[in-house]
Ligand binder design. Structure first.
Ligand code: AMP
Ligand code: MG
Length: 537
């Protein structure tokens, strides 16, 4: 895979500080937990760690911010990415934000363990923030330690890059560093805390602003800071919404901003549904204003298709953030963002038009996604809506691997194939033997599918290629990440590297990678880290 060229590693790095320079700062510079009013951020330096060691980095994420392998191999960069060195020009800070957690307003949250070092300009001229997650306490840490464990850091590092290569809007991960320090965690919240290896991910994004970044100022009736933050957001991140660069940020602009966030959020969630991703903690502080997937915590990937599934142990009883509920939750979160923007516009009509954009975009994207996953040239509601919902029903008759089912479906050819061969193409996706009734149900559905495909009249090979371009073969299955984590915890990062290579090209079947395209093994069915994850990280 080719990686775009980057800056010469010998030339000095030019750090930028737009966020720090242009937005209201916390005047207090003490690194003590506290409420921070009237500010978008607090300056906070990373706390040094004992013995940093590079575990892995992403060459593509490096290139995007103008770095290259030579930088990532240097000891001064290792020190930077571990939080042990602040380079000239960096102005590290922690952002202030609030959020609704599991439907309830939680007040001030903020970057309790994330510290943005500064901004770099990539080869395409775009600014990217470099942010260390797990770099030590900040004024937003409350009672917690500001650190992150290796297992959750491996998961964030790999999944950020996996999502990017799947074509899903996401924050990126530049590097994964072990700190050499231990971190105490009660992983399953069952009163058995243990020391785990600490780690830091350096993640990148044009901005890490979240819905909660705006909500906090509305909640505090601080319209000045809210206005300043919205103006900053539009001028730097949505400049196309302005008729000219210094046009005023009036109600029309706020409406346009909200509508665009609605549109992007719908697109993002449709991608999640396409690839079988469950975010797991869609709190409003975990919703990016850019419509990027952000804050990889107890996320998971659908193995056997079950719209009720959530990987998040903390949410196991209510399942607010289950796979099938994600489009609704995103809509709910957007309503909270609309409430945050309300003081700037005074009337609700324009914002409610944004919510219409969300709904319309979601339906359009969902229909496109259905057509794409089924290999249809276009979406015909009369036939394709029932074809799709009956497929989802069939996938729940017996445990059916979502990823493998759609890959298998691409092999079903329309005309010449015997009905039993059609079903044979799907067999690798089933977790158990089919009964005659199941076989009859699947055969009947396949009959309809083949008839529908015939209406398009598209060549089988062409349909297969199109289906393979939207239905991935290699996704970051929970148990695959867990295998890599257990090996990394023993000091061997070979599997982390191998998985990174696999997820860099998720749509192309490659010999030798059968393990990474496999169904969930039985050992992973009920194992912590695979079928259930806690927020402890
Ligand atoms: P999350 O559930 O990861 O989205 O985090 C929710 C909030 O808790 C955010 O404000 C985080 O910064 C904060 N947080 C989570 N873990 C820690 C930690 N170990 N130290 C400090 N703050 C944390
Ligand atoms: Mg978060």
């Amino acid at each position: 895979m080719s990686v775009p060229s980057a800056t010469d590693p010998a030339s000095p790095i030019q750090w930028h500080d737009r966020f720090v320079r242009e937005l209201p700062a916390d005047p207090d510079t003490d690194n003590e937990s506290r409420q921070v009013a009237g500010a978008a951020y607090s300056r906070a330096d990373p706390t040094p760690v004992a013995a940093p060691r590079m575990v892995a980095w992403s060459p593509e994420a490096a290139a995007q911010v103008g770095l290259c392998d030579a930088h990532l191999k240097r000891s001064d960069w290792l020190e930077v990415l571990a939080g042990n060195r602040v380079m000239p020009g960096m102005k590290p800070y922690a952002a202030c934000y609030g959020g609704h957690q599991f439907g309830n307003w939680a007040g001030q949250l903020g970057d309790g363990r994330a510290i943005t070092l500064g901004e770099l300009v990539g080869v395409d001229g775009r600014h990217f923030e470099l942010q260390l997650k797990g770099a030590g306490p900040t004024p937003y840490s409350r009672m917690a330690d500001g650190r992150a464990v290796l297992r959750s850091s491996v998961r964030e590092f790999l999944c950020s890059e996996a999502m990017h290569h799947l074509g899903v809007p996401t924050t990126r991960a530049l590097s994964l560093v072990r700190t050499g320090d231990g971190v105490m965690r009660d992983m399953l919240y069952d009163g058995r805390p243990a020391e785990e290896p600490g780690a830091i991910v350096c993640r990148t994004a044009p901005t890490f602003l979240r819905f909660g970044s705006y909500q906090i100022h509305m909640a505090r009736s601080d319209e000045d800071t809210l206005q300043a933050l919205v103006a900053y957001t539009v001028r730097h991140h949505f400049p196309s919404l302005l008729s000219e660069p210094d046009a005023p940020i009036d109600a029309d602009v706020v409406h346009a901003l909200f509508a665009e966030v609605c549109r992007r959020t719908a697109v993002m969630v449709a991608h999640w549904m396409r690839v079988g991703f469950v975010h797991g903690v869609m709190n409003t502080d975990n919703m990016s204003i850019l419509g990027l997937t952000i804050d990889y915590g107890p996320y998971g990937w659908i193995d056997h298709y079950d719209p009720e599934w959530t990987p998040n142990l903390t949410d196991a009883s209510r399942r607010r953030y289950r796979y099938g509920h994600q489009p609704n939750v995103a809509g709910w979160n957007l309503i909270k963002l609309a409430e945050a923007f309300f003081p700037l516009v005074g009337v609700a009509d324009g914002l409610s038009r944004g919510l219409d954009v969300y709904r319309d975009t979601w339906y359009a994207e969902q229909q496109g996604m259905v057509a794409g996953k089924l290999g249809l040239l276009d979406y015909r509601p009369e036939t394709d809506a029932p074809l799709w919902s009956d497929l989802l029903d069939a996938m729940q008759l017996v445990e059916t691997d979502m990823t493998l089912l759609f890959r298998g479906l691409a092999d079903v050819s329309s005309a010449v194939m015997a009905p039993s061969d059609r079903l044979a193409a799907l067999r690798p996706a089933f977790y158990m033997a089919l009964t005659p009734q199941h076989e009859a149900a699947w055969s009947a559905w396949l009959e309809r599918y083949v008839a529908r495909v015939a209406v398009d009249g598209r060549d089988d090979a062409e349909r297969r290629a199109a289906m393979h371009s939207v239905n991935p073969l290699y996704v970051l299955r929970n148990w695959l990440a867990q295998e890599a984590i257990e090996q990394a915890e023993r000091g061997d990062s070979t599997r982390v590297q191998a998985l990174l290579d696999v997820v860099r090209d998720p749509y192309t079947e490659r010999p030798g990678l059968e393990h990474f395209a496999g169904k969930r093994p039985e050992w992973a069915r009920h194992k912590a880290g695979c079928s259930m994850l806690s927020c402890s990280s």
